[in-house]
Design a protein around this ligand. Structure first.
Ligand code: SF4
Ligand code: SF4
Length: 342
């Protein structure tokens, strides 16, 4: 890891330069929310953006994509997908941690070539953020990043500290080295430490998640799941917006007028009633309460057992999105025996 610093007024020029290297994507305003969009005008980049509606998983697992083309005589071909070199700017630490979780799922045991190609063709530039009342990254210990990015910027008052963590990041810095200063002083480091202390003090939501997997096990038969099921609409929005929800469905679509077809993959949610419905009509999770329990077991217990950390990165999107006010903060509080006001 190398550290540089950059004057705040130079960021605009740097982003302009990056547009010549690849497609630049960054958060922009959409009404009172934010979305990642392709940037033509760098003045539209929202440097103070809070969480985007959809997380950056949309760049690596598109909401719908073709995984296979086939003919009815058993011929098939992998789709040719052109992935332009992209630079994703402005990812917050929680979202970078979310990508690290997707990497574990999509690159380790059964590597997904489409995900791998998209990941390899994308540079990640992180940007520090200040939490709002829905962020719980400090609870999930995902409010800082040490890996998973090429460059990460920490917004200090008058400058950015620029952390470079890959050779691609190094190339992107050297491309406009005239905008970077390698001379990090003791004052810079003191300013950084004081920023960390101030920023950590800004979290309004904090939960001690020690022992959460055990609490999940002990709560298996809790009436909480039925109470939540009474409110839940099974709309699946929580899965769509969660940066670590990786599930998809697969469907073959054959053109009636020809012998050709394609196999598509598209986002799915274990909150949907049909998710665990199998041939013959048996549904392993017919009850809504069972589906909610599965979702939260995955976030707060199962992933931790397999990968050593929870699958919630504290982005607050489920808090922002669920129309029934069901979210990870409410569930953690209820499981820990606190009274929850809905
Ligand atoms: S928990 Fe909320 S967002 Fe998720 S399916 Fe139920 S109502 Fe929809
Ligand atoms: S469970 Fe909620 S807060 Fe946690 S990562 Fe998913 S959307 Fe974000």
């Amino acid at each position: 890891m190398r550290v540089f610093k950059m004057r705040k007024e130079d960021l605009r020029e740097y982003l302009e330069s990056l547009k010549k290297v690849g497609e630049l994507w960054a958060p922009v305003r959409k009404g009172d929310k934010f979305v990642y969009d392709k940037i033509d005008d760098v003045d539209k980049v929202e440097l103070k953006a809070l969480r985007t509606i959809l997380p950056p998983k949309k760049f690596f697992i598109p909401q719908r994509n073709t995984v296979l083309k086939y003919r009815l005589n058993n011929e098939y071909a992998d789709p040719v997908e052109e992935v332009p070199f992209r630079i994703l700017f402005g990812l917050h630490p929680c979202d970078i941690n979310g990508l690290l979780i997707l990497d574990r799922i999509y690159l380790e045991r059964f590597p997904d070539p489409l995900y791998k190609k998209r990941r390899e063709n994308t540079a990640i530039i992180g940007l520090s953020c200040v939490p709002d009342e829905k962020c719980l990254g400090k609870s999930t210990n995902t409010h800082y990043v040490e890996e998973g990015f090429d460059i990460a910027l920490t917004d200090l008052d008058d400058k950015y500290l620029v952390w470079v963590s890959s050779s691609l990041g190094d190339d992107l810095v050297r491309y406009r080295i005239d905008l970077f200063d390698e001379n990090i002083t003791e004052d810079d480091m003191k300013q950084y430490v004081s920023w960390r202390n101030w920023r950590d003090s800004q979290y309004k939501l904090y939960y001690d998640l020690t022992g959460m997997p055990d609490i999940m096990v002990l709560s298996w038969d809790s009436p909480l799941w039925e109470e939540l099921a009474d409110d839940c609409l099974s709309c699946g929005m929580c899965s769509m917006v969660c940066p670590t929800c990786p599930c998809y469905n697969v469907k073959d679509i054959t053109e009636l007028s020809s012998d050709e077809g394609e196999r598509i993959r598209y986002w799915d949610s274990c909150m949907y009633r049909e998710f665990a419905l199998v041939a013959g009509g048996h549904n392993f999770r017919e009850a809504r309460a069972e589906r909610i329990k599965l979702w939260y077991t995955h976030k707060l217990k199962s992933f931790g057992h397999e990968f050593g950390k929870p699958a919630c990165v504290g982005c607050g999107r489920c808090i922002d999105t669920c129309p029934a006010d069901i979210n990870v903060a409410r569930v953690i509080k209820a499981l820990k025996g606190e009274e929850v006001k809905v």
